[in-house]
Design a protein around this ligand. Structure first.
Ligand code: GDP
Length: 314
């Protein structure tokens, strides 16, 4: 008989497990084994409610908290509901991050976003670019809330010696994406627009087509997050991406060919372009030893298959 006690599973709370990144990391941790994954629906635990969130964290005694819960949306939703974006994100972050500290949770992984970097900055964007210039106005309120979360993690790490750190993904896509044309990001929006259009009819895409964006499949994000969790030398702020980007025009044409649409693309210049470019420098991540696996064309095919199976009505 072995005298060695079996290793206790790491008890982890995945906040936001129904979202794009949260669902991917919850799936991945379950598959991996060695993790006891705890989730709560919005009905079971309202993360905007400080007292309820702090009480839950104090009672559960987690080894790790992953903050994938956030109020998120594309360029249009951010412009129309700036107050919701800043206030809800500040509340969710403060309740979860500070609440985890109060509950003596030793480690926490916070999800930032590449859109918190300055609008005008070197491309690809290194982690050091944070707060080195003005924010992109179309999502500044969201970015300010995320920057507050980054500093809250850093400050708790400095003052209390915990391991609270931030991963910065680019534009993420994959299962459980939001396909609502008013609030979604560009990739799911275009899958839906090309799918719903008759094959030879025009499809309208916003802006000039010139902005560049970096895309990462949520299964790659989850793989990277697990990698970072299991590498204690990962700390502070870490860009999690591919380090490459495509123009919105290239993205639209790729989605068009995956969906099999042959009509014209019309550009709606009344809609904003937002950031001219958002490509992250992933030297730090590559130095730690992680690289993405799912290339964009393959990922778009996976996302389209998921959309047809779970969302499309015809
Ligand atoms: P961003 O990365 O924060 O700017 O967010 P989005 O994913 O919403 O938008 C990325 C770029 O795609 C912007 O330049 C948009 O104008 C452009 N875009 C083109 N068509 C669409 C669309 O149908 N929906 C969205 N959300 N963006 C679009």
């Amino acid at each position: 008989m072995s005298t060695r006690a079996p290793k206790k599973a790491t008890k982890v709370f995945v906040a936001g497990h129904r979202g794009l990144v949260g669902s991917a990391i919850a799936r991945r941790l379950e598959y991996e084994g060695g993790y006891e994954v705890v989730t709560r629906t919005r009905q079971e635990l309202d993360l905007l409610d400080q007292a309820a969130t702090h009480a839950f964290l104090a009672e559960q005694k987690f080894d790790l908290v992953i903050v994938a819960a956030a109020k998120v949306g594309g360029i249009r939703a951010n412009s129309e509901y700036p107050a919701d974006f800043i206030s809800q994100n500040l509340a969710i972050e403060s309740n979860l991050i500070w609440g985890s500290h109060l509950a003596d949770v030793p480690a926490l992984l916070f999800l930032g976003s590449s859109c918190v970097y300055p609008r005008e900055t070197a491309q690809p964007i290194p982690e050091e670019a944070l707060l080195s210039g003005k924010l992109e106005p179309t999502n500044a309120p969201y970015a300010v809330a995320k920057i507050a979360g980054i500093y809250l993690c850093d400050s708790i790490t400095k003052q209390f010696g915990r391991r609270y750190f931030t991963a910065m993904p680019p534009n993420v896509y994959g299962p459980n994406d939001n396909f609502d044309l008013k609030t979604s990001h560009v990739l799911p929006a275009l899958i839906r627009k090309f799918h719903e259009a008759l094959p030879d009819r025009p499809v309208t895409v916003w802006g000039s087509g010139k902005p560049k964006r970096e895309f990462l499949h949520s299964d790659d994000v989850a793989d990277a997050l697990l990698f970072l969790i299991e590498h204690p030398e990962a700390s502070g702020l870490i860009n999690v991406g591919t380090g490459t980007s495509v123009t919105i025009r290239q993205l639209a044409e790729t989605i068009q060919s995956v969906v099999g649409h042959t009509g014209p693309i019309e550009w709606d210049s009344s809609m904003p372009d937002g950031f001219p470019e958002k490509t992250m420098d992933v030297t730090k991540l590559h130095g730690l030893g992680w690289r993405h696996r799912i290339e964009l064309d393959q990922g778009i095919q996976l996302a389209y298959d998921w959309y047809r199976e779970h969302v499309a009505e015809r």
